[in-house]
Design a binder for this molecule. Structure first.
Ligand code: KIV
Length: 320
C-alpha cells in the first residue's frame, strides 16, 4: 500500500514556480516509492489578493493603446482550452482570442456558422482558468449580435460575467455599429473585425481576399473609422491588401490586429493550430508555420502504439 502524505504549496503569480501554471494551488501526494502526483486546484482570486508576492501585470485594453502609441507590436493567438491558454500565456502572448474558429479547430465543422454562444462561454471559461496575464477576448458567434443591439448587449454581458472574458469581438462594420455603441457605452470593450469575415461566408461565397477593388477598399476603410468612433478598442483586419491595412492603421488611434493583412498592422494574430502545424491540409500564404506538430504527434502516437503492441510499455519502472 502506498503511504499518502499530502502537502499544499501555492504557485506564485510571478511565475517563478517552475513548470506550474501561475495562480494554482498544488496538492502534492507523495508515495513511498518516491514519485509524486500533483492535483491542480484553482487558486481563489481572494487568496491571490492576500498574497505578498509580486503580481503579473495583466494586459488591458489601455495597455494595447499604449503599445500602439509606443510602436510595440501586439502578439495575439487563438486559444480554446486551459492547457493551451496557460502555455501561450506563459510564453508572453498579449491577447488570447477565443475565436469562433473553434467551430473548425475543435468541433470539426466546415464553417464557423454552427458555433453557439454556449460553446463560446464554455471555451472562454476554460481559457480564463488557464491564463493570468493575457487579455482574453471572446468571439461573438453568428446570430448572437445581429438580431438587435439589446440582445447583442445581453450576450456580450454573458461572455464577460459568466465566462470571464475581458472583451468581446464581433464581425462587420456599418451594420453592427449600434450594437458596438450599446456595448461600449456600458463599459464592454469591443474588438471589431473587418475584411474577410468568415461568418458571412454564404453571402460572399468564398474565402478570397477582400478590399482588392477600390469600392470595397473604401468601404472597409470607412467601416474602420466608424468602429473607432463607436468606441471599439481594436480592430482585426483579415485578408486585405497590406497597403489598405497600412492606411487604416495610420488613420486610427486604436490598434489594428492583422491576419493576412501585411506587416504594418499594430499586432498580428493566427489560429494557433495553423501556426503550430497541427492543421495538415491548410496552407494559406498568410500562415507561417513554426512547427509541424501534425507530423510530430503522429510519430509519437505511432511509437506509443508500437511499444504497447510489442509489450514494451509499461516496463517495470513504469509499474507499481
Ligand atoms: O475566430 C477566429 O479565430 C478569428 C481570428 C482568425 C481572427 O476570428
Amino acid at each position: 500500500m502506498p503511504r499518502l502524505c499530502c502537502s499544499v504549496s501555492r504557485a506564485r503569480d510571478s511565475g517563478t514556480s517552475g513548470n506550474r501554471a501561475p495562480g494554482l494551488i498544488m496538492l502534492r501526494r507523495t508515495r513511498t516509492a518516491g514519485d509524486t502526483d500533483y492535483f491542480r486546484v484553482s487558486l481563489p482570486s481572494m487568496n491571490s489578493r492576500m498574497e505578498h508576492t509580486p503580481k503579473v501585470r495583466a494586459v488591458t485594453t489601455r495597455r494595447l493603446l499604449e503599445m500602439k502609441a509606443s510602436g510595440t507590436k501586439i502578439v495575439c493567438l487563438t486559444a480554446y482550452d486551459a492547457l493551451m491558454a496557460s502555455i501561450f500565456d506563459q510564453a508572453g502572448v498579449d491577447v488570447l482570442l477565443v475565436g469562433d474558429s473553434l467551430g473548425n479547430i475543435v468541433q470539426g465543422h466546415e464553417t464557423t456558422i454552427p458555433v453557439t454562444l454556449e460553446d463560446v462561454i464554455y471555451h472562454t471559461k476554460a481559457v480564463r482558468r488557464g491564463a493570468s496575464r493575457a487579455l482574453i477576448v471572446a468571439d461573438m458567434p453568428f446570430m448572437s449580435y445581429q438580431v438587435h443591439p439589446d440582445e447583442a448587449f445581453r450576450n456580450a454581458g454573458r461572455l464577460m460575467k459568466e465566462a470571464g472574458a475581458s472583451a468581446v469581438k464581433l464581425e462587420g462594420g456599418q451594420r453592427v455599429l449600434d450594437a458596438v455603441a450599446r456595448m461600449t457605452s456600458a463599459g464592454i470593450p469591443v474588438m471589431g473585425h473587418l475584411g474577410l469575415t468568415p461568418q458571412s461566408i454564404y453571402q460572399f461565397g468564398s474565402y478570397r481576399a477582400r478590399g482588392q477593388d477600390e469600392e470595397e477598399a473604401e468601404q472597409i476603410y470607412r467601416d474602420a473609422i466608424a468602429l473607432e468612433q463607436a468606441g471599439a478598442f481594436a480592430i482585426v483586419l483579415e485578408k486585405i491588401p497590406a497597403t489598405l491595412a497600412k492606411r487604416i492603421t495610420e488613420s486610427l488611434h486604436i490598434p489594428t490586429i492583422g491576419i493576412g493583412a501585411g506587416p504594418w498592422c499594430d499586432g498580428q494574430i493566427l489560429v494557433y493550430a495553423d501556426m503550430l502545424g497541427l492543421t495538415a491540409n491548410f496552407h494559406p500564404r498568410f500562415v507561417r508555420r513554426y512547427d509541424n506538430l501534425f507530423e510530430r504527434i503522429t510519430d509519437a502516437v505511432r511509437r506509443y502504439s508500437e511499444d504497447i503492441r510489442r509489450g514494451d510499455f509499461p516496463n517495470e519502472h513504469e509499474s507499481y
